[in-house]
Design a protein around this ligand. Structure first.
Ligand code: ZN
Ligand code: ZN
Length: 143
């Protein structure tokens, strides 16, 4: 009986240790992600500043590239802030909203379902708007 209890206690302690370990890993991971996010923000700040000062040049460069590549890429995607299709989707200034009334900036990544353009960080496993719409349609379908 005593022996049995001891074994159980040992298991419990091991489990507690494991949980502690997992919690530690989680908090470290969270810190790494926060750090990455902050790095991204720091990388973006001078770009946003440059964009605001040289808006016309940046946009005409983008247009030129779009024409050269025969429209192989989308120039803009919908901005989650102003809901206009003005969020730059390609090049060095991707993620910056070109709407003068908005000028917010967002991380852009690939949709984890279709690989299309999605807003968020790669490690967040985000889905694009059309995949989300499709999913909502499926969920809201009447029987
Ligand atoms: Zn916007
Ligand atoms: Zn998608």
């Amino acid at each position: 009986m005593v022996q049995h209890l001891e074994v159980n206690l040992e298991v419990v302690t091991q489990e507690t240790r494991l949980i502690e370990k997992i919690k530690l890993i989680e908090s470290v991971w969270k810190r790494i992600l926060e750090q990455r996010e902050e790095e991204w923000r720091q990388q973006m700040r001078p770009k946003v500043k440059y964009f605001k000062e040289n808006r016309e040049d940046v946009l005409s460069d983008l247009e030129f590239e779009h024409r050269t590549e025969k429209g192989a890429f989308e120039m803009f995607t919908t901005c989650p802030e102003c809901y206009q299709c003005t969020l730059i989707a390609e090049g060095d200034y991707r993620g910056i909203c070109s709407n003068t009334n908005c000028e917010e900036w967002f991380p852009l990544t690939a949709c984890s379902v279709c690989g299309g353009l999605a807003i968020g960080f790669r490690w967040e496993g985000v889905v694009c708007e059309s995949c989300e719409d499709r999913f909502n349609e499926l969920v809201n379908q009447p029987d």
